[in-house]
Design a protein around this ligand. Structure first.
Ligand code: SAH
Ligand code: SF4
Ligand code: F3S
Length: 478
């Protein structure tokens, strides 16, 4: 292909961390790109974590600022953007499958632009594969280049060439990006970007750059503006929110300080994800226990219950440290709902390591978990570890673990039967027109009959029944 603009990823460069301070840059759309989307339609497909969902709301903001509007389906689209996830092989395979499926739309409409962004383009092997196998992809952009999407579109629209712009850098903070939010009652709020933990299995530190915290004043202003727009719930986002502020050099301001400040604002619900156990401070537990609008649901990924495996994962805590932390949390917030992430079949995991994980799950009384089979990611240390556990054994462990997790899930639901819960109504329950659904303060899915005028409000629901994956209840009129 002629005149390609290349800026390809380099995982080795992405590994680098220096002491350079993070620049905060205010975003502005270049004038030349201002109207390029007028009369054009887009589709945006999002994969991966809440961080990606939040990024997608910014991608929508950028596209709609330059004139694009949402297409009703793919056949109507002039632009299809895939915001991708690289966390496990199956996440990537889904995207490759989707790229294959989209080929027919490009055949039917040669001007259709397919753009791929997010974490996958930060990997060399992915970019090589796209260049070789998927000529229908016109724009490949990385996580550090998201805000430049209008320029990339302008370039492709004016000369029809491919754009590959993936920076492998530590990363800056771009403020004031336009955002189109999906919900009108609950919102994501990024409080930090990147990750410096380098868990040996994980690709995120390479795809997202160094850990960098947004300044508290920007976050507080954003939450205040959400309150002014009528939002009832915010979820603060970061790969490890507990290390928020560790990168501030001019003052000491930590995650507990941020939560304390935000809890003083008139917003009903504040959540956060994800917490790394090693940085979960006593100050944080104190603030969480004290403030009514900090929700009693904590996601605290443990990954494994074996000290040998935790060490090999570079998690920087032991099973005893984790149990101690869980004890402290239950002591301060007795009715808290704890959930977690667990990886089974990590290289070297024996049956007895696995049984330690099961025992820890029971000890911690988790009410839910995301469970995964280890997936080697090229460029991460664990991909080189000697892995002797057969895939069959790994799958068996996953099923056995899920049985225990599901019992905890059911227990976590049953404990609310006959209680009246506050539910933030998301919308109609899938498949049933007169049934509404929403989430309780403990993050339990609740279904009940009610009028659609309640969508976006917080209502009281008396729980009558615990189903396998949700609670059923009756609306209580105040
Ligand atoms: N930053 C968050 C997690 C982000 S990734 C944290 O540290 O808690 C979400 C989850 O994906 C992780 O908690 C882990 O359980 C899982 N995961 C990450 N890399 C993986 C891999 N290579 N194979 C399988 N699961 C993985
Ligand atoms: Fe990945 Fe570990 Fe960072 Fe979480 S804390 S994103 S698991 S490296
Ligand atoms: Fe996936 Fe990137 Fe999030 S790899 S989990 S989308 S940070």
């Amino acid at each position: 292909m002629q005149n390609c603009d290349y800026n390809k990823p380099q995982m080795n460069a992405a590994r680098k961390r220096t002491k350079t301070t993070t620049s905060v840059v205010d975003f502005a759309i270049p004038k030349s790109a201002m109207e390029i989307g007028i009369d054009k339609k887009y589709i945006l497909l999002t994969y991966g974590c809440q961080g990606n969902e939040s990024d997608s709301e910014k991608i929508r903001g950028l596209l709609e600022t330059i004139g694009f509007s949402l297409a009703s389906d793919e056949t109507m689209a002039d632009l299809i953007v895939l915001n991708t996830c690289a966390i496990r092989a199956n996440a990537e395979n889904k995207v490759f499958g989707e790229l294959g499926r989209l080929k027919k739309y490009v055949k039917a409409k040669p001007d259709l632009i397919i753009a791929i962004g997010g974490c996958m383009p930060q990997e060399e092997i992915v970019v090589e594969k796209i260049l070789k196998t998927y000529p229908q992809v016109k724009i490949i952009f990385g996580t550090h280049n998201l805000y430049q999407l209008p320029q990339f579109l302008e370039r492709v629209m004016s000369n029809h060439n491919r754009v590959i712009e993936v920076l492998s850098e530590e990363g800056n903070i771009i403020e004031k990006l336009p955002t189109v939010r999906t919900s009108r009652s609950k919102a994501w709020v990024d409080i930090m970007y990147g990750c410096d933990e380098f868990c040996t299995y994980c690709i995120v530190p390479y795809t997202r750059g160094k850990e960098r915290s947004r300044k508290p004043e920007y976050i507080i202003k954003e939450v205040q503006s959400l309150i002014d727009q009528g939002y009832h719930e915010v979820t603060l986002l970061g790969q490890n929110v507990n290390s928020y502020g560790l990168d501030f050099t001019e003052y000491r301001y930590r995650f507990s300080d941020l939560l304390q400040a935000l809890s003083q604002l008139p917003i009903e619900r504040i959540r956060f994800t994800t917490s790394h156990p090693k940085d979960f401070s006593t100050d944080l537990i104190t603030v969480l226990a004290k403030q009514k609008n900090l929700m009693p649901a904590i996601h605290l990924p443990v990954q494994s219950g074996s000290d040998k495996i935790l060490k090999a994962m570079n998690r920087k805590y032991t099973k005893a440290d984790y149990m101690d932390l869980v004890d402290k949390i239950y002591q301060a917030i007795p009715d808290v709902s704890l959930t977690t992430d667990i990886i089974v079949g990590f290289p070297g995991e024996t049956e007895s390591d696995f049984l330690e994980t099961i025992a820890l799950v029971e000890y911690c009384r988790f009410e839910g978990a995301y469970t995964f089979v280890f997936s080697p990611r090229v460029g991460t240390p664990a991909a080189q570890f000697n892995d002797t556990v057969s895939i069959d054994e790994k799958m068996q462990r996953l099923y056995r673990l899920n049985d225990v997790i599901n019992q905890g899930f059911a227990r976590g639901n049953h404990r609310f039967v006959n209680q009246t819960l506050k539910v933030l109504v998301d919308g109609r329950s899938k498949g049933k027109a007169d049934v509404l659904s929403g989430y309780s303060e403990h993050n339990k899915l609740v279904n009940f009959r009610g009028s659609k005028t309640l969508i976006g409000t917080i209502v009281n629901v008396k729980i009558t029944d615990a189903k396998t994956w949700s609670l059923a209840g009756k609306l209580i009129n105040e």
